[in-house]
Write a protein that binds this ligand. Structure first.
Ligand code: SF4
Length: 1644
């Protein structure tokens, strides 16, 4: 059977009609043709593209027709928990250029098509006519301007155009014009006049219309005598000054953003046309220019934006003035702070003191891209740096451990690291000056896709996807390639050629003698330290114990935190989340670090992998005085390099030792204050929460003054280049200032006074003990810390025998216990690892970028504390003041010293204490419940009551459980201090029988995502049975599920898809009701999961597609989710994999989660989970469990508010989880916005869990969290107990509804402050009312309904996934009878379907696969039963989860995600034969498939005749893939299957590979340097492997006609010796063991 199909392009999307009448434009005949039309005349092509752009809407994230338009037409400012500062955007980027600078319409046409065809990478809000922003930067159309501008123009290059957005109001517009004219005249520019652009807004939605600016151009001329460089510089200066001045004037008058001048571009070379437009609207909107036939350009840069909001913003659209950006700058806060810090040193060599007029360059009002563009402009105009050089400096490649770089290049990067920290985060930066340079650069991680074509006629096309200019024929293409991590694609327009990455970088790196400068001027702390004699640790039983108590050490600190670090070099693990009281509600003294939670990347920017991708990470930092960034000379690198931010005692001594400091002066500033002045009156209620003039606050102010004076120099001394804040003088008379406060306050003070760039800032401290402390100190500005007392504590641990006690199994003799130095080394190593993990969670690669980036949220601190010490850090609920913190400091101090009998010297100074009354270290039970200690939600009494209640189904017992837990809640959680409003309760007259029945309410319950592997099969199945019986849902977790369960009530309704992709097949996905994408988990947001090898039994390994006994670490979700548009793609993939199911995205609460949820809703998730950071059952390092993620109360409330503000709420169902335990908890969750509720510990306790927290050890005594057969046999849990639990909950929830006068849960959803309020009595009765009374929970209780009254506030609409227009419908029609036949056990003739394809054919073959999997089960169809032959560039995720029996063959090339989740099908991609004619195009040297091909493949085959991108075959667990070269990170985390590479590989091959085999052709023997040898060994191909490999290559040749493969086969005996076999060590051991067992069996 031959079925031919055609695919319409961007213009012709079926089944859609425009929401607003379109303007009448005669449609050329070609406009209705496929976009893969034959290339016709240039005019016809342009006409077609223009008409498409003006008239058509492609498939993208539009919604079903709306009943109303409730999006706000003006962006709200900070409102309750919504803060616009957290808005994110990701995008599609592209450029087209004629490298010979020939202007034409073709370039514009091509670029417009590129823009329109990347619409699916852009965003759309609730109104399909309102885009998130799109635009085009073009070269100056000189001929056009001469004809249409109305001015007599001088020669090209002697005039410039300022493209402006002016305020709508004419008076404000005139002021804006005057600002620009004034600034221009001041800089000597001539003014020709203003041109009003002819724009057409008839196609715009209401939001962009409401904020549409006036678009006008100011024509300016060059002053006589200036050269081109001078003209560029003066234009830049005039632009910067005009904008700053106008902004200042308008800010002073308190007007909004829309009343301010915004200059899109101001250049003699280029103009930016952009706005809050959809990609298709760009040409039509600027119709007076861009739609005219005589508008020609030699290059264009395009950008379509996907914002997480629906609010209008014209200026945030891109391209900007010199660049556009796909990605996110994760370190923006730090970059802005450091730019501010160095402003005082900035002096343009051209402008001198006037440089100050250009400052500030960065601003909180601008996006990350806007700030980046501002700095880029500054560097290129006010320093000698070229555009490529500036881009190299701002986004450096990974150079520290990169053996592939020359010494010269390394020296260049090291030198420039002394000038500026990297702007770090996933980034594809495209840049141009339209005159000499156009190019793009990719960040060191290379997470963004960037493919390019070079054509024989001298054009280059770079974009996020291939196939976006479909009329470029294969035979026109000279080179198909991609931008690699850290590399630069560059065209020199003057030379008319592409400059290879190596050439430009070598050229730039050899401009100056950087190596010489470094060796002369740069100092290394390790060199200084090596000159110090080993420092004696001050340790004795008595004073050490007192110091430990004073600095907040507990027995848990020693045993749970320090001991594992000292022994194993890594942090200790825990499990079951964090159920201890929040610091702001705790009655215990808590360190200031406990008030901070680490932020983590989710969705809009990926976390990265600090373990497997360590090669891109670095802790090395230059510190100390900076020089003028704009005038780079040899002295700029006169800085001190610190290799590890945790200093050794010797390093600290070196910093304070004049003899070894090469002339660097240092000052040690005492960070203690007098105990005498710190007595406070007993807390008085009227003072609570007010803040006060405490001794601590005064001490901080004094510390800042003294530190600043030390930097400035005083009393005739030069300023210090090194500041050490030291609390070493703390003792019986003096209190230590908490290090975090000291560092934060001094850093902020020096920033504000412009002195931070003049000195390095270190802390010599007693209270820095664990990873979180170090992460905070550095994150808030310290250049390094010396944990002086922690070193003492380690010595004490050893001295007390605890180290030996814990190592007894490995070291029988105490004499062999590591010495103090070795223990310190292990401890520092653990801190470094932990710090890398904290950085990686935020997607930050270098400590230099992380430092001062303030990537934390304060939870429960008074605004005064935040402003003084942590200015700019999110803090939403107020809390503990300096006063309250001081009370904790005093309490610890007094406990440490009050029993001491002072010994003093003759002068009265303290010299020690006697040996009596030395305090014991306290144990408040922060990690494990302790009677009388810290409050925990899971109490022994609560557990006993719950188990009794669920066994007996007794309401009374259940109520005592609820009372116990709710009482604890009041002392520990935000929800605990709320109450139902008495005025609402008073009014209720609803009868209980009128309230929604419990059997309906229980359908809202879900059990948490606990993987099969982390818990036993018995408990996993018991949960599923219980939830299926109830009508609720259980969740597979990330470990897959045994297919035998799919057909019965042991099936989990929710199938989770995590980065590990364990067991994720077409069959698995098709058997779900909901597919949940795990972006983050409560137990450890931003980290991957871990399953120790001893829990990977044969059964678990089979379910997961891994090797028994081999431990599993899931990667963070950065392989196929780099941004919001990638998440949108994955949502689309999964929806196609089960069209009847819904797709959920699991997020974790943190500031900005609402904004992310808005992006997720726009990306068409049907369901969103906002987890609390305290939930989760999995194992993780304690830092992950305790220090990341915020309470769900904040997360769900922020999400509800933000979604309603954006009118996106009714599109999604919201769920929350995280220590939900009682009916009260759940009803509060509903009131704050949640419609569904996931519980984990409650159901586990009902099944018998006794909270031993041994889940990660496989020793669970009740058979739940174990795979040990003997322990599993002890499992006694019954599904009925879980069912009882949920019904008991539901019945009490009904009573709550009744008391609130409601009859259904729907009424309660989002009621917030209408029914809830803070209970003042609970705050007053808190153990520390001085802290609790400072809380302000009003933002939490803000009713979202009031924020946007016409918007929906709960889920009422289905997302429109637009599956009806997908090509798969044709495929399914064509294969329908065949599938039916096989489903009934019959046989049918194979079919062949032929069709053209293009990049809009996304996820092709997946809906067909779902149909096959549902009809035929896991075996699918017989091999090759359906063959789909495609011609063109296939869209993303070709063949996602392709089922057995389906073959997709592409003649052309493929985009990212090809063969992802391959589930038994076959994918073939090979080049067009016409392209190969003449032999100019060598497939094995060109890229044929994008990034993450075959990611998570479980079975099947893939053959690629050409080179693959980065991350090829990541997490392959069973497929065969053959390719002719791959990028970085090939076979990462692979656990099974085979991979054959017939060409070069990138770096980090096989990182984390624990199963399967790879064969790599390596004739030059260079592969070993590219391979990560951590888990694999290399060897020759021998024995039966030889035939196996030969068979794979034969298949490849048969499928693709590969000449590389054919040549190898032709000389096979010789060829085979050129291959290397990559074999995971553990996998090899398992195979050998299996072989031995088989042999034994055979013998027996
Ligand atoms: S009883 Fe088992 S499941 Fe419960 S916390 Fe302990 S080890 Fe984990």
């Amino acid at each position: 059977m031959l079925v031919r199909g055609t695919r319409t392009g961007a213009a012709a999307v079926r089944g859609r009609s425009p929401a607003r009448p379109r303007k009448a434009v005669t449609l050329p005949a070609t406009a209705t043709m496929s976009s893969s039309v034959q290339r016709t005349s240039r005019a016809a092509r342009y006409a077609a593209a223009s008409a498409r752009a003006a008239l058509a809407r492609p498939a993208r994230y539009a919604v079903a027709p709306r009943r109303h338009l409730a999006a706000l037409t003006k962006a709200p400012g900070r409102t309750a928990l919504y803060d616009p500062a957290h808005e994110r955007d990701n995008c599609g980027v592209g450029l087209v250029a004629d490298i010979n600078k020939n202007p034409s319409r073709v370039i514009l046409t091509d670029c417009n098509e590129m823009l329109v065809r990347m619409s699916h990478r852009g965003g759309c809000g609730c109104d399909p006519q309102s885009g998130d922003g799109a635009g085009m930067l073009v070269a100056m159309p000189d001929a056009f301007m001469r004809k249409h501008s109305g001015f007599e123009l001088p020669a090209q290059g002697d005039y410039a155009v300022a493209m402006c957005f002016l305020p709508q109001d004419e008076a404000n517009a005139e002021r804006a014009r005057k600002s620009l004219e004034r600034a221009s005249r001041q800089r000597g520019l001539g003014i020709l006049g203003w041109r009003v652009l002819e724009t057409d807004n008839s196609d715009l939605g209401e939001a962009p219309l409401a904020s549409e600016p006036r678009v006008e151009q100011l024509f300016l001329t060059k002053k006589q005598g200036w050269d081109a460089r001078k003209f560029d510089q003066e234009l830049y200066r005039a632009q910067a000054v005009a904008q700053l001045e106008n902004f200042q004037i308008m800010s002073d008058e308190g007007v909004g953003e829309d009343a301010v001048l915004y200059i899109n571009s101001m250049s003699p070379h280029q103009i930016t046309y952009k706005g809050q437009l959809t990609p298709e609207q760009v040409l039509g909107y600027f119709s007076g220019d861009l739609l005219r036939d005589d508008f020609h350009t030699h290059l264009a840069l395009v950008h379509s934006r996907f914002s997480t909001n629906t609010f209008p913003s014209w200026s945030r659209a891109q391209p900007l003035r010199q660049m556009c950006h796909n990605g996110e700058i994760n370190t923006l806060r730090g970059n802005k702070n450091w730019m501010r810090a160095r402003e005082g040193l900035l002096k343009s060599p051209y402008l001198g003191d006037d440089t100050a007029k250009l400052l500030p360059v960065t601003s909180d009002e601008m996006s990350d891209s806007g700030n980046f563009d501002g700095v880029l402009q500054l560097l290129t105009n006010e320093s000698a740096m070229s555009l490529p050089e500036a881009a190299m400096i701002m986004v450096p490649e990974a150079w520290q451990d990169n053996d592939g770089l020359t010494d010269e290049k390394k020296a260049f990067y090291e030198y420039h690291s002394c000038l500026m920290e990297p702007w770090d985060g996933p980034a594809l930066i495209a840049f141009t000056d339209s005159n000499k340079w156009i190019g793009a650069t990719l960040d060191r991680n290379g997470l963004r896709p960037a493919r390019y074509y070079e054509t024989h006629d001298g054009r280059v096309l770079v974009s996020s996807e291939v196939g976006v200019v479909p009329w470029v024929k294969p035979e026109e293409i000279k080179v198909r390639s991609r931008l690699e991590p850290g590399k630069m694609f560059l065209v020199d327009l003057e030379e008319g050629r592409i400059i290879p990455d190596d050439e430009i970088k070598n050229r730039v790196a050899s401009q100056k003698p950087y190596q010489e400068w470094l060796s002369t001027h740069t100092k290394y702390l390790s060199d200084w330290a090596s000159q110090q004699k080993p420092q004696e640790l001050v340790f004795d039983d008595e004073t050490t114990a007192r110091r430990l108590v004073m600095h907040g050490y507990t027995t848990e600190t020693m045993e749970t935190l320090l001991a594992p670090m000292a022994i194993g070099g890594k942090e200790g693990f825990g499990s079951m989340g964090n159920d201890a009281a929040l610091a702001c509600l705790s009655a215990e003294p808590r360190p200031v670090s406990d008030y901070f939670k680490q932020l983590f990347a989710q969705v809009t920017n990926p976390p990265i992998d600090p373990i497997r991708e360590e090669l891109v990470m670095s802790l090395v930092c230059p510190v100390g005085p900076e020089s003028n960034l704009l005038d780079a000379g040899e002295n700029n690198c006169a800085r001190l390099v610190v290799e590890h931010p945790v200093l050794t005692p010797e390093e600290l001594a070196a910093l304070q030792d004049d003899r070894s400091r090469d002339g660097w002066s240092s000052a040690t500033v005492d960070a203690t204050f007098a105990r005498d002045g710190a007595d406070q009156p007993a807390p008085s209620p009227e003072m609570f929460g007010q803040g006060s003039d405490s001794a601590l606050e005064r001490a901080l102010a004094d510390l800042c003054e003294r530190a600043a004076r030390a930097v400035q120099g005083s009393y005739g001394r030069d300023g210090a280049a090194i500041i050490v804040l030291s609390d070493a003088l703390a003792g019986p008379d003096r209190l230590p200032i908490p290090t975090l406060l000291a560092v934060g306050a001094v850093h902020q003070h020096l920033l504000k006074t412009g002195q931070r760039g003049k000195a390095a800032l270190f802390a010599d401290c007693g209270d820095v003990k664990e990873v979180h402390d170090v992460a905070l100190a550095v994150g808030f500005g310290a250049d390094g810390v010396c944990p002086r007392v922690a070193y003492e504590a380690l010595a004490k641990l050893r001295h007390d025998g605890l180290i030996h006690a814990k190592m007894r199994n490995d070291i029988p003799s105490p004499d062999d216990v590591p010495d103090d130095a070795e223990i310190r080394k292990a401890y520092r190593k653990a801190l470094a690892k932990g710090l890398l993990k904290v950085m990686s969670k935020m997607g930050i690669s270098t400590l230099q970028s992380y430092k001062g980036a303030q990537i934390f949220e304060a939870l429960g601190l008074h605004p005064d504390v935040v402003e003084t010490c942590f200015s700019g850090t999110p803090s939403r609920i107020g809390g503990a003041s300096f006063d309250a913190i001081q009370r904790d400091v005093v309490a610890l101090h007094d406990h440490a010293w009050s029993g001491s009998k002072r010994q003093t010297d003759p002068a009265g100074a303290w010299t020690g204490v006697n040996h009596e009354d030395v305090p014991q270290l306290p144990n408040p039970g922060q990690f494990h419940y302790r009677n009388g200690g810290e409050v925990h939600l899971n109490t022994p009494m609560g557990m006993v009551s719950l188990q009794a209640a669920t066994k007996s189904n007794s309401r009374d017992t259940f109520l005592s459980y609820c009372r116990e837990v709710d009482d604890v809640n009041a002392k520990s959680t935000l929800r605990g201090v709320l109450r139902w409003r008495p005025d609402v309760l008073d009014k209720s007259s609803v009868r209980l029988e009128d309230v929604e029945p419990a059997k309906e309410i229980v359908k809202r319950f879900v059990t948490g995502a606990m993987s099969l592997g982390s818990i036993s099969r018995e408990s996993h199945e018991a949960l599923a049975v219980a939830m299926n019986t109830l009508g609720g849902k259980s969740n597979t977790g990330e470990g897959g599920e045994d297919p035998v369960r799919f057909g019965d009530n042991r099936r989990s309704s929710i199938k989770q898809v995590a980065s590990g992709r364990f067991g994720v097949t077409s069959h698995y996905l098709a058997n779900s009701d909901q597919i949940q994408i795990k972006m983050a988990q409560g137990a450890k947001p931003g980290e991957g999961g871990e399953l120790p090898g001893f829990k990977v039994s044969d059964y678990i390994a089979e379910c997961r597609g891994t090797t028994p006994g081999v431990g599993l670490i899931s990667p963070p979700p950065h392989h196929d989710i780099y941004s919001i548009e990638d998440l949108a793609q994955l949502i689309h993939d999964l929806k196609c994999a089960n069209p009847e199911g819904e797709v959920s995205v699991k997020l974790v609460s943190e500031v900005g989660v609402g904004v992310i949820a808005a992006g997720v809703a726009k990306a068409k998730a049907d369901h969103i989970v906002v987890s609390g950071g305290d939930g989760g059952t999995g194992a993780a390092a304690w830092t992950g469990i305790k220090c990341a993620g915020l309470p769900w109360e904040l997360g769900i409330a922020e999400t509800q508010q933000t979604l309603v503000l954006n009118d996106l709420r009714d599109r999604v169902r919201l769920q929350t989880d995280g220590q939900l335990k009682t009916p009260r908890d759940i009803c509060i969750a509903a009131a704050l916005g949640a419609e569904e509720y996931a519980l984990s510990t409650g159901p586990l306790i009902a099944l018998g869990c006794i909270m031993m927290r041994k889940c990660h050890l496989n020793t669970c005594p009740v058979g739940i969290a174990t795979q040990d057969p003997e322990l599993r046999a002890k499992f006694e849990g019954q599904p009925e107990h879980v069912i009882n639990f949920f019904f008991l909950l539901a019945e009490e929830m009904r009573r709550t509804l009744q008391s609130l006068g409601m009859t259904s849960m729907d009424e309660l959803v989002g009621a917030a402050g209408d029914v809830l309020e803070v209970d003042p009595a609970k705050l007053r009765s808190n153990g520390r009312p001085d802290k609790a009374m400072g809380l302000d929970l009003a933002p939490l209780l803000q009713s979202a309904r009031e924020l946007n009254p016409t918007a929906g506030y709960r889920h009422t609409q289905l997302q429109d996934h637009e599956l009806g227009i997908k090509a798969d419908n044709e495929l399914m029609d064509a294969a329908h009878s065949l599938i039916e036949t096989y489903a009934k056990g019959g046989e049918a003739e194979p079919i062949v379907i032929e069709r053209e394809t293009n990049n809009l054919d996304r996820t092709l073959g997946t809906m067909l696969s779902a149909k096959v999997s549902k009809a035929c089960g896991k075996p699918g169809l017989p091999d090759d039963a359906v063959r789909i032959k495609l011609e063109g560039s296939s869209g993303q995720s070709l063949g996602f989860a392709l089922a057995p029996g389906i073959t997709i063959e592409v003649v052309g090339d493929a985009n990212d995600g090809c063969g992802k989740g391959l589930s038994g099908g076959r994918v073939i991609v090979r080049p067009n034969l016409t392209q190969l004619e003449g032999g100019h195009f060598i497939p094995s040297e060109n890229v044929i498939v994008g990034n993450v091909a075959c990611y998570g493949a479980t079975a099947g085959e893939a053959f690629f005749r050409g080179v693959g991108g980065e991350r090829f075959c990541v997490r392959n667990s069973g497929a065969l893939a053959v390719v002719e070269g791959v990028g970085d990170h090939g076979c990462e985390y692979m656990t099974g299957g085979r991979m054959v590479c017939l060409g070069k590989t990138g770096r980090n091959f096989a990182a984390g590979m624990s199963g399967g085999i790879a064969y790599v052709l390596d004739p030059d023997r260079v592969f070993a340097d590219k391979c990560n040898m951590g888990m694999v060994e290399l060897g020759p191909v021998e024995g039966e492997d030889i035939d196996e490999l030969k068979g794979y290559i034969e298949k490849h040749v048969a499928a693709t006609e590969s000449t590389v493969g054919a040549d190898l086969l032709a000389d096979w005996d010789n060829s085979v010796s050129k291959f290397v076999r990559v074999m995971p060590t553990d996998y090899k051991a398992v195979l050998e063991k299996m072989k031995a067992e088989e042999a034994l069996e055979a013998t027996a």
